[in-house]
Every structure is written in structure tokens, then in C-alpha cells.
Write a protein that binds this ligand. Structure first.
Ligand SMILES: Cc1cc2nc3c(=O)[nH]c(=O)nc-3n(C[C@H](O)[C@H](O)[C@H](O)COP(=O)(O)OP(=O)(O)OC[C@H]3O[C@@H](n4cnc5c(N)ncnc54)[C@H](O)[C@@H]3O)c2cc1C
Length: 440
């Protein structure tokens, strides 16, 4: 949880040179970091650098950290950075995926303090807002885009993760309202979210038309059957992942996000975004780890010479660099190909782009994990200590291979789109493979 004030521009600055057109945006990120993030990281250093202070007595992310994050989100929203990834008609900055990689890698290159709050992530203005209606604009879309409210995304259930069709949460029409029953598991930002975006089944057996999203105010829904469950203790101690329940929660028709039966398509678009978002995040954090590792092996003396003078250490650093550079190059190429025909969120399915997006997630997750593993190794015992950014990023890197669709699920999609999709209904028992299968 170590906060850092290190400017990412180190040895790798040349390798991450961004196109000139992005100079004003990147300068704005640097100013926001200097004015909004660094002072708050300094003020909260005792919490950010000690996991016993990072959480409150109930194991939740400490309210002071939540408040600081929200202040940074708002400042970044006012500066037009927080939602730079969204189209302008939604109030976003209209940047394409390639440009966003440069922005993201600068933001994440600052390390693992409060800096991620500069950009909207799963708790913020996700592209699901593209499906919001006009009547949802004032209450939900605008405040989320401006970083004034936060959201949760409820898809996974304790018995339904990799396959959406295992979902048990139902929404049933009653008069002019909808009644939701069920629960969601592993939900990020579950207790602090102002807004919930929840995927339900409205037509079991309806194939890809079986699902519908609802968007509602969490606090207002508490009195009508919406309930928080337990907090999970994750390996990276984030203190804000948990369960939510719908005990016959009654919602009006106006709470639907998109249309009835459109939930599957919105979810897939949303997963694509989450997967592509790995690019700048993993690149920025890998770069941060390489820089810190270089400093460490130059400074650390063992037997009268720098640790970095040993070929075994040099090769570990070189392998980190190769992993980072290869994945970063792949990410930029995939992003460029996706940006070229038009906005990425209009990608038709199935398409070659989907396959490349899955490849991008696997490549980023796994190369970042290898970089983090080597960074920890070259730090020796210091890397094993929990309250260090090296250790924290190692744990985050391990986690990233699970959410957003596991890396195995990405591989399955890649293989199937390369022609390895078979009808297994004759060989599987029970309910057979769904006609349309997609994964979280
Ligand atoms: C920290 C964290 C935050 C999260 N945040 C959210 C959130 O905000 N909202 C949300 O909705 N969800 C969230 N998730 C849930 C996440 O999306 C799921 O954990 C993920 O999709 C995997 O589902 P599962 O955990 O049920 O694993 P399972 O589906 O049970 O999979 C278990 C293992 O089996 C493998 N597997 C599954 N199917 C196959 C197959 N056909 N072939 C080969 N291998 C297979 C998987 O790859 C995995 O390794 C979060 C998870 C974590 C850990």
C-alpha cells in the first residue's frame, strides 16, 4: 500500500514516449498528480503505508482513504481526465483506446497509492452508461461521468462466475414494476457505491435475450429489499469487495439500463472494455516495478558489489523489460486496429477484434504477473514485506488473472473463434451447453 511520489519518467521514459497530440492531456495528468494526488498521499502516508491503518476496525477500506479517492475523482472529473475514455456526447473526453493506453500507463506508472482514482475504473463511469436513457442522465450518467458518484457492477454470483447462463438472480414483471430476487458475489465497491448496475435474468431460456440490466440508487433501495452482505478479505486487502442481496427488491420500469433483453450485449461490451483497460494499467504498473527494481539492484550491495552486477539478476531485469515491451507493443497494435474502423464499443460480435481483446487480456495479466514476480524476487526479503508497493503489486497482479473473465475463459474464446467450437450437447450430461455461451 505504499504511496509514491516518484515521477514515472525514469530509465524507461524513452520507451514510453507518447504521440505529440496527447501532450496537453498528459500534462494535465501530471498536474493533477502533483496538485491532487501527491499531497493527499503525503497526508495519508500513515494509512497507505501500513495495512493495519489502511482498513477500519471492520476490515473495510478506511473512510479517510475513500474520502480522498472521491476528492481526486471529482478533481479529475472537473479537469476532463476521469472520463476521458467516454464519448463526448456523454460528457467524456472522446479518446480512443490507443490514446487511453498512454494516459493509463502514465497514471498507473505513479505506483499504487491514490493515483488510480484519477481514472474511472469499475466503480466509475463505465461504457455501460452508453445504454443509459435520457431520464437517467441527471441522477446517474452525469454525476458518474464527473466522478461525483461511484457505482458497482453486479454480475457474478457465488454459483455463477465463468458462465453467465448459470445466473440465479431473477427479475420478474409485476404490474408496471420489476421484482428482483437473488444475490451477487465478489462485488467491487459494494458498500460505498451510490449507484448499482445489476445484471438479472428476465427470460430464462431466452438465449442471449435472457438478460436485463437495472440501474438504481443503492441507498434509496435499502428500504425496499436491497441489502449488503459480508465483506471479503481479499489477498490484496482492498477492503471493499463483498456481497449484495435483492430480497424482492421492487424497481420501476425506468430503472432498466438499455432495453429488456439487452443485458447480454451490454455485459459483453462491458467485459471487452474491462479487458482492454488492462493494457495501460498493466503497462504502467510493470514500468513502475521495473524502475523500482533497477534502483534496488543498483543500490543494494552484496559482497562489495552492486546486486545488479550479477548476470542472474541482469537477466531477470532483462526478462521483465522484454515481457513489458512485448505486451505493451501488442496492446498498442490491438488498440490501433480497434480504433481504426470506429468507436470500440460498436465492435460486432463475433469478430476478430474480440479474439484480439481476449489475447490482450491474457498477455497483459500474465506478463504483468511475471514482472511482479521477478520484481519481488530481486527485492529479496524486502519484497516479501506486506507494506511495500512491490508486494502489493504482486498480489494485485495475481488477482488480475481472475476478474473480468479468467484467463482460461479468454483462451477458450480465442480457441473457439479460431474454429475450435464444437457441439458438446451429445456428450455432456445434464442441461447441455447453452446455445449462446459467454463469460464474465
Ligand atoms: C477482487 C475481485 C473483484 C471482483 N469484482 C467483481 C465485480 O465488481 N463485479 C462482478 O460481477 N464480479 C466481480 N468479480 C468476480 C469475477 O468476475 C469472477 O471471480 C470471475 O469471473 C470468475 O468466476 P468464479 O470466481 O466464479 O470462478 P469459476 O467460474 O468458478 O472458475 C474457477 C476456475 O475454473 C476455470 N474455468 C471455468 N470454466 C472453465 C472452462 N470452461 N474451461 C477451463 N477452465 C474453466 C476458471 O478459469 C477458474 O480458473 C471479482 C472478482 C475478484 C476476485
Amino acid at each position: 500500500m505504499t504511496a509514491t511520489s516518484v515521477d514515472p519518467g525514469g530509465v524507461l521514459a524513452q520507451d514510453t514516449a507518447a504521440p505529440e497530440r496527447l501532450a496537453p492531456v498528459l500534462d494535465q495528468v501530471r498536474s493533477l498528480y502533483a496538485d491532487e494526488v501527491a499531497p493527499r498521499e503525503q497526508a495519508l502516508a500513515h494509512r497507505l503505508n501500513d495495512e493495519r491503518e489502511y482498513l477500519d476496525t471492520d476490515g473495510r477500506l478506511h473512510p479517510e482513504i475513500i474520502a480522498a479517492r472521491r476528492e481526486i475523482m471529482r478533481a479529475a472529473g472537473a479537469a476532463g481526465i476521469y472520463s476521458a475514455h467516454l464519448p463526448e456526447h456523454l460528457g467524456g473526453g472522446g479518446l480512443g483506446r490507443e490514446d487511453m493506453i498512454y494516459v493509463e500507463e502514465l497514471v498507473y506508472g505513479y505506483g499504487v497509492g491514490l493515483n488510480p482514482a484519477l481514472l474511472s475504473w469499475s466503480e466509475g463511469a463505465t461504457p455501460r452508461l452508453l445504454y443509459a436513457h435520457d431520464h437517467q442522465r441527471d441522477e446517474f450518467t452525469d454525476p458518474l461521468v464527473r466522478g461525483e458518484k461511484t457505482s458497482l457492477h453486479g454480475v457474478t454470483e457465488s454459483t455463477a462466475g465463468s458462465n453467465l447462463f448459470d445466473m440465479k438472480t431473477r427479475a420478474v414483471k409485476r404490474g408496471s414494476d420489476w421484482v428482483l430476487s437473488g444475490s451477487k458475489a465478489y462485488i467491487t465497491n459494494y458498500f460505498d457505491a451510490d449507484v448499482a448496475q445489476v445484471l438479472t435474468m428476465t427470460d430464462p431460456g431466452g438465449g442471449r435475450k435472457a438478460f436485463t440490466y437495472f440501474m438504481f440508487d443503492t441507498r434509496e433501495a435499502m428500504s425496499r429489499g436491497y441489502r449488503l452482505g459480508r465483506l471479503y478479505q481479499t489477498m490484496f486487502g482492498d477492503g471493499y469487495t463483498g456481497e449484495i442481496f435483492f430480497d424482492d427488491l421492487v424497481l420501476p420500469e425506468s430503472a432498466i439500463l438499455g432495453e429488456v433483453g439487452q443485458g447480454f450485449d451490454i455485459a459483453v461490451m462491458s467485459f471487452n472494455y474491462t479487458r482492454m483497460r488492462r493494457a495501460g494499467m498493466c503497462s504502467g504498473w510493470s514500468r513502475y516495478l521495473i524502475e523500482r527494481s533497477l534502483e534496488r539492484v543498483k543500490d543494494r550491495e552484496i559482497g562489495g558489489r552492486p546486486l545488479g552486477a550479477n548476470q542472474g539478476i541482469q537477466w531477470m531485469i532483462a526478462d521483465m523489460y522484454v515481457d513489458w515491451l512485448a505486451t505493451r507493443s501488442l496492446s498498442l497494435e490491438v488498440a490501433r486496429a480497434i480504433d481504426t474502423p470506429g468507436p470500440w464499443y460498436r465492435i460486432p460480435r463475433p469478430s476478430d477484434e474480440i479474439r484480439r481483446i481476449c489475447a490482450l487480456k491474457v498477455s497483459n495479466d500474465e506478463s504483468f504477473y511475471r514482472v511482479a514476480d521477478r520484481a519481488l524476487q530481486v527485492h529479496g526479503g524486502a519484497g516479501v514485506m506486506r507494506d511495500t508497493s512491490i508486494n502489493k503489486l504482486f498480489q494485485i497482479a495475481r488477482n488480475l488473472r481472475i476478474p473480468g473473465g479468467t484467463d482460461e475463459v479468454q483462451r477458450t474464446t480465442i480457441a473457439e473463434s479460431l474454429g475450435l467450437r464444437f457441439d458438446t450437447s451429445k456428450t455432456t450430461s445434464a442441461a447441455s451447453t447453452p446455445a449462446v455461451k459467454e463469460s464474465n
